[in-house]
Design a protein around this ligand. Structure first.
Ligand code: NDP
Ligand code: 8X3
Length: 250
């Protein structure tokens, strides 16, 4: 049986991915900062697969390495890494943007992804196998007004994904990115700092993607034969044509 480590498994895309991969008989290491949510998910999914929880902030370099280097033996081989933890913080023009928001996005979406990847890649290199899926965004392919630093962080994920593909190719490690458009999760609640009305309005008047839509795609990606690597994938809701073009009625 394979084992997948999923960051950001307490909510949204990461949580749906954990549930979906469990249904594909894949053991799980689920990560996030909210231990209560990790415990609840572990309790639910332990009925079908083995589940280990790791509670860390991806910005905490020492904790990331300490947690991943000291996994229990039965979880020590990581076959699949889903680099999913991340969020947007704020939606402001560059001239009035908050430096704390910028730090959060660069530190979590870029540096945190790198810390987790480095810890897992050393295991995958020893194993001479592995599969890394980086969750980017349409914001990593395009820039939209007020998206500045979030878009920069996701452009960095796009570049890191391509770099990983080249560098890990000699070791037989697969690397690919999935870049979703609008998915209804807690993403906008975080972006707008708990203003749920504003968050809900982002998805008003059209059918956004659901976290399950992305989880199903991740399950498809990880169940391809060894010689097939899905390297880069953009996924929109049907109503969306770019980060700024969303048709609100048909
Ligand atoms: P959610 O807010 O629902 O989930 C975000 C997850 O990331 C949570 O599990 C959260 O866990 C975790 N996380 C956030 N910050 C940290 C941190 N510092 N350390 C550890 N874990 C952290 O959002 P989504 O499911 O939508 O987002 C998942 C990924 O998908 C992100 O990378 C996002 O950029 C990307 N994405 C989202 C889109 C969307 O429209 N929703 C579209 C394109 C990409 P906890 O708080 O417990 O730590
Ligand atoms: C999340 C999608 O368009 O809000 O990455 O940036 S968007």
């Amino acid at each position: 049986m394979k084992t997948a480590l999923i960051t950001g498994a307490t909510s949204g895309i990461g949580k749906s991915t954990a549930i979906t991969l469990a249904k594909h008989n894949i053991n799980l290491i689920i990560c996030g900062r909210r231990q209560d949510r990790l415990d609840n998910l572990q309790q639910e999914l332990s009925k079908i697969v083995k589940v280990h929880t790791l509670c860390f902030d991806v910005r905490d370099k020492e904790k990331v390495f300490e947690s991943i280097e000291n996994l229990p033996t039965e979880f020590n081989t990581i076959d699949i890494l889903v680099n999913n933890a991340g969020n947007a913080h704020g939606l402001d023009p560059i001239q009035t943007g908050s430096i704390d928001d910028w730090d959060a996005m660069i530190d979590i979406n870029v540096k945190g992804l790198l810390y987790v990847s480095k810890a897992v890649i050393s295991k995958m290199i020893n194993q001479k196998s592995g599969h890394i899926i980086n969750i980017g965004s349409i914001a990593g392919k395009e820039v939209y007004p007020n998206g500045n630093v979030y878009c920069a962080s996701k452009h960095a994920v796009d570049a890191i994904n391509k770099g990983m593909q080249m560098d890990l190719n000699p070791y037989g490690i697969k690397v690919g990115a999935i870049h979703p458009g609008l998915v209804e999760t807690e993403f906008s609640n975080v972006r707008f700092k708990g203003d749920d009305k504003k968050a809900d309005s982002v998805y008003d008047g059209f059918d956004p993607l659901t976290p399950n839509d992305i989880a199903d795609i991740i399950a498809f990606v990880v169940t391809r034969p060894y010689h097939v690597n899905i390297a880069d994938l953009i996924v929109f809701p049907t109503a969306q044509a770019s980060s700024t073009i969303v048709k609100k009625s048909f």
